[in-house]
Design a protein around this ligand. Sequence first.
Ligand code: ADP
Length: 637
Amino acid sequence: MGDEVENGVRVVDVGDAEAGGIPRNVSEMSFEQKKQYNLSISGLTYKVVTKAKKKGEEATTKVLLNNIDAEARAGEILAVVGPSGAGKSTFLDAIAGRINPQSLEGQILANQKPLGSDFKRISGYVMQDDQLFPRLTVRETLMFSARLRLPGTMSHKEKQDRVEEMIQVLGLKSCAETRIGDDEVRGISGGEKRRTSIGVDLIHDPPVLFLDEPTSGLDSTSALNVVQILHNIASTRLRTIVLTIHQPSFRVLELIHSFLVLARGNVIYHGSYASMPGYFEEFGRHVPDDVNVLEYTLDAIEELQNSEEGLQPLLTFAEAKNKSVGGRTLAQLKSNMTLAGEPIDFASGFPAETATLIDRNARNILRTPELLIWRLVLQVIVALTLGSLFFNVGDTPKGVQQRASTFAFTLAFYLFTATEALPIFLKERQIFIRETSRGAYRTSSYVIANFLVSLPFYMLQVLLFQIIAYWMVGLAPTAGGFFYSILILFLTLTLANAYVNFWSAIVPNFIAGNTIVTATTSFFFLFSGFFVPKAKIPGYWIWLHYLSNFKYPLDGLLVNEYTARPADTCFAPLTNGTCVATNNPTHPATRDDVLSKYSAKLGSMWWPDFTVLLILIMGYRVFFYFALRMQSKQTRK
Ligand code: ADP
């Protein structure tokens, strides 16, 4: 294994650590030379006020980052290290623009200038946990990222070439056609997953890359492999890489150009690995030969933290040392970052983005055939059961009741079972937030793609259900009646999903979402007009009737059914065969009697029933859009 000196740092040849083979020299890659960025951070301070837990207690201010000076240069890896709780992730979040700049003090400059709104696009952020679509292959995952993040002016072929290069750089060749996988389906290894995640954020070749614990959870070979790749990218393409790392091994240490050691939000050391022992010798600690100096340092910090004198002597030493080195800006300026809330340019246009997201979404749906098939099988089973229970209902008061029950049950089936999609939506939300917070695409493209892609599937479900149930129950035998019922049920299923989707963008977790959706849907059902007709609902509850997701489809289906039947149909003929309006809800005779039993009126099929249903769907989609916008802008306060 040959070691060589590159940019003054010893590079360890890791060889073919994992199958695929990582090119040692990526300088011949065709990525265009971009601007290089040097980040300088001075006096960075971040405080949070924790609320008083008990009455009488005062609110306390916790300093998470205390007056930090650091530098991250192009062509280098800066590793932020420290014991757990030292503030590593907080520091990374702060410089990556993931903390509201109003809450930060100090300065973060890129090439001596304050960060602009385009910083999110020129920087990539790789989080600790991999959030990838398990059903897509590695190549597809990278290709979707390329389609979303590379400029629309680039041809498809150029994007494909970029993906191939990325696969080569990241050593993913042997698993390019393998699906990512999850707990249910076997997929690629942990190391390959991590490298794919890095690829997703590296595809547009950002000049600055932040990575939160890129080696955590990986075995030592995979960890070394990942850092080796990052080292190559930094040194050959002059990219600026900042990462947090926990307990790096000897060989990993050698690949890192500069360290920032933190303890309780303070800088303990900032510089190269080689100068670390001398620094601690000066502090009065002898560093034995042949030890991992970083490990030794972290142990020493822990030891001091737990000792009587505490960290203070080391902090005082570190501060004096930094001062004597000079360059420390003590001025506590309000940060001049302008990141949050500013518009960012997107790589491709709205239609191209929407098409890409539809494609990605459709593949995800089609690759879950179990879910699709079970949903369709369920339609058949429920339709057959319903049809056998209410088989060929007659024109009698009992038949009237059974017809209404058929409608109410079908709607309940659609509106309640939509909660099933909640976990899927919640998982997708995490990926959405990640992607949009780095400006990968517009929220509007996502909302529209997400809406359009499921419509054919909803239609298929409703058709299957109605083809069986409509004729078995013996509903109005006209084409108009049949198609209107399909239209209304299709919109109901769309509404049900729009409603669940909207909540999935707000709720913190599945349990909260499930409770809210089920509880509100139950209320909507109760006030739909089926159990208590509108006329009998107390005035103070009537708003719930009008908001109910059940009201308009139920009304529409009832009016459709009785409009499609001959006007003189009698549901309770007198003994002499005549039909006289009874005005008795328990014994309706004429069509009007039946409808008034449910507070419904002829002529309401399109307005309000159909139209309000459409408005509700649109309304929940708009709410969904705003909820997502808020989520993707969220930064730490
Ligand atoms: P590290 O990544 O080094 O383990 P973090 O940056 O995650 O550390 O956290 C640093 C310290 O700040 C921890 O003690 C953590 O509990 C605390 N902390 C983080 N965020 C907040 C917050 N919003 N309010 C109060 N304390 C916080």
